[in-house]
Each structure stands twice: as structure tokens, then as C-alpha cells.
Design a protein around this ligand. Structure first.
Ligand SMILES: [Fe+2]
Length: 125
């Protein structure tokens, strides 16, 4: 394994998800991606997908920051947003066009605390 530079290995080398979405601890609140979009979207029409990390602000300093968020529909990757410490916040709005899909997922990576995932149901009609 590469030299540890503050990485929390037990979190970094797996995909983390909150144990209980309705009762998250501060670590989970700071890392779990939050997605906002209409509950029902029209097939083939653009809609706005908002993503932020997380429900509690996460540091964006050089030593500790959110590197990116990857987005998936039904487990298939469709885009990535990269973030830069100090000059960006870990949030974005993206115009998305789907022809099908039942679930949108996001996976973020913190440079110290690793990958964190959340999934949301969506209706594409
Ligand atoms: Fe972190």
C-alpha cells in the first residue's frame, strides 16, 4: 500500500455509505453526497440535477478536500465533476437528459476519507 499521508485506510479502501440515512453521524453528514432533482422527469428532456457534498459542510483545503463526484444512472457512469481545494465548493448543477432509469447514484471521493455513495430513486417517463 502507498505511503499513508493522513489517509484513513479503513475508510479509503472501500465504498462507504451511511449506516442509517435518518441518523447520520458528522463524518457521514460531511461525506454523503446529496442529490436534488425532480421526482419524475420526462424521457429525452433536460432536467437540472443538483449535487452537493454533503448535508454538513466538508473542508476544501489543500490537506483535506473533496476531489470529485461521479454520477451514475442504474449503475452506469455518465459524468464526473472535479473539485479544486480552496477555490471551489463541492457542489454543482448539471443539465441531464435520460431516456430511461430507475436510480441515480453519486460517488464522491475525499482525499482522506475515501469514497462515499448515495442513491436515489427516479422516474423517467
Ligand atoms: Fe473528508
Amino acid at each position: 500500500m502507498a505511503e499513508d499521508k493522513g489517509i484513513i485506510a479503513e475508510l479509503f479502501w472501500k465504498i462507504n455509505e451511511p449506516k442509517d440515512k435518518n441518523n447520520m453521524d458528522d463524518l457521514e453528514k460531511k461525506h454523503t453526497p446529496v442529490l436534488e432533482f425532480p421526482a419524475k422527469v420526462k424521457k429525452g428532456e433536460a432536467f437540472e440535477l443538483g449535487v452537493k457534498v454533503g448535508s454538513m459542510p466538508h473542508p476544501m483545503q489543500n490537506a483535506h478536500f473533496i476531489q470529485f463526484v461521479d454520477l451514475f444512472v442504474d449503475g452506469l457512469y455518465f459524468t464526473r465533476v472535479n473539485f479544486t481545494p480552496v477555490v471551489t465548493e463541492p457542489k454543482a448543477k448539471i443539465s441531464v437528459i435520460l431516456s430511461a432509469g430507475k436510480e441515480i447514484s453519486a460517488v464522491i471521493r475525499c482525499n482522506l476519507h475515501g469514497l462515499w455513495k448515495s442513491s436515489y430513486p427516479i422516474r423517467v417517463e
